[in-house]
Structures are given as C-alpha cells and as structure tokens.
Design a protein around this ligand. Structure first.
Ligand code: ADP
Ligand code: MG
Length: 228
C-alpha cells in the first residue's frame, strides 16, 4: 500500500493576534492527503494561504489545532528542534526568490544542505551527485563560478539542484517560476520533472499560474479545500 507523505486533518491556522485584535483564520482544511511519490500542483490566488500551508508542512510554522503528519511523523509530537532536523534531512525547499548564498560558488551552494545536515547525505556521495546535477544544468565548465554571475533562470535551476541534493523524500516548491520568463519556466519544469522521474520524491508545487497545471497528474485548488 502506498503510504501518505502528507496527511492533514481538521487543520486550523491563524497567525498570532496583533494589539489584542483577534487574528483571522488563514487555513481551515478538513482533510488533505498526498501519497508518497505523488506530484501535486496546488494553486490559488495570492493571499489564500499557499505559503502558510507550505511552511506548516515544512515544520516552520507550528499548528495548534489539527493533525499534521509529514513523512510518517506527527509534527505535534515533536519539538521545534526535531521539526528542524526532519526538514533538514528530508525536505528540499525551493523559494520564489532563490536564496542562494552569494559568496559561495555553484557547487558550494548545491552541496550546502548536506554539509549542514549530515544525515541528509547518508549513504550518498553528494559531491558526485552535485556534479551530476551541475552537468544536467549544463554548467560543468562553470561549477566554480559565483552564483551571482548566472542568469536568473540559471540561478533558479541551481536552487532546484540544491533542493534535490541528498535525495530528500519531499520537495516543496513555492512559486518557483514566478520570476522566470516562459523559456526558463519550461526549462525549470523539465528539470524538476525529469528528476522526479529518476527519484520519485513527493512533489508539492505551488503557484498562482494555472498554465502550469498541465505538468501535473493531480491538481488541487486551495480555495476549494480551504473553508475560510
Ligand atoms: P499566498 O502564499 O497564497 O499568497 P500567504 O500564506 O502568504 O498566501 O498568506 C495568507 C494570509 O496570511 C494573508 O492574508 C497574509 O496577509 C497572512 N500572513 C502571511 N504571513 C503572515 C505573517 N507572518 N503574519 C501575519 N499574517 C500573515
Ligand atoms: Mg505565497
């Protein structure tokens, strides 16, 4: 039987109240299940709680009400420190703005998650994997280049490689193509989906751009499942 990678039940989330004003409910989701190895497109207009949901799944934001299970662990049952470890070892996160480290070169940026979290790279020759990814990106002759010398499209593909290094079980992408033109969006999608074919991680891909639906066998409208 395929196990769930993500299981949410009766999730309710608000940010902290400000100046005694009650905080509005941002998320109210009865149930969401994403199976291990699924690739899912989650869409909805800006302000509908997409990034909030991803931060909950990554264990960055803590949920007080509801069941949040990620990779077989109930995030309620573990400390913030343990959630940080779970993320560092098992989750690759791709942001809208790439968050590459400007003073590190391409290879150094890509291997960084494995240097920070030793268990992420367990049993993986991550320098060899980084070189394979760099070859896939067509940057073999530039691996020592500063990331700031790359185009925006190339930088975002390096950010994807950094998320993929060490074979994390879950890849979360938060509007990763929204700063890219059409050509670079297509290249980015091809990269991430080719890697999915090889590694079969769970992919939760968020965007407001519904033209990307065509790449995914399963699409979820956040406004449809979020009863706020
Ligand atoms: P999306 O990613 O779909 O654009 P967000 O999850 O960023 O939506 O935001 C959902 C709602 O939560 C918005 O109303 C936003 O203003 C609010 N929000 C987001 N981050 C915070 C925060 N750190 N503190 C308070 N409110 C926030
Ligand atoms: Mg967002």
């Amino acid at each position: 039987m395929t196990t769930p990678s993500i299981l949410l039940k009766d999730l309710k989330f608000s940010y902290k109240p400000h100046h005694n004003k009650p905080a509005p409910l941002v998320l109210n989701i009865d149930e969401l299940e994403i199976l291990s190895g699924e690739k899912v497109f989650l869409y909805g207009p800006s302000g509908h709680g997409k990034s909030t949901l991803l931060n909950i799944l990554a264990g960055v934001l803590e949920v007080k009400t509801g069941h949040v299970e990620v990779l077989g662990t109930n995030l309620h049952d573990i400390s913030q420190g343990a959630r940080d470890h779970l993320r560092g070892e098992n989750v690759g996160y791709i942001f809208q703005i790439f968050n590459l480290i400007p003073y590190l070169n391409i290879r150094e940026n890509i291997v960084l998650p494995c240097l920070i979290n030793k268990k992420r790279a367990f049993g993986v020759d991550f320098y060899a994997q980084a070189d394979e990814l760099i070859e896939t990106l067509g940057l073999t002759d530039h691996a020592e280049k500063n990331v700031t010398d790359l185009s925006i499209g190339q930088q975002q593909r390096v950010a994807a490689a950094r998320a993929l290094i060490g074979n994390p079980k879950l890849i979360i992408a938060d509007e990763p193509t929204s700063s890219l033109d059409e050509k670079n969006t297509t290249e980015f999608m091809n990269l991430i989906l080719n890697e999915w074919e090889k590694r079969r991680f769970t992919l939760v891909f968020v965007s407001h751009d519904t033209s990307l639906k065509k790449y995914f066998p399963r699409t979820i409208s956040l406004p449809d499942i979020n009863k706020i």
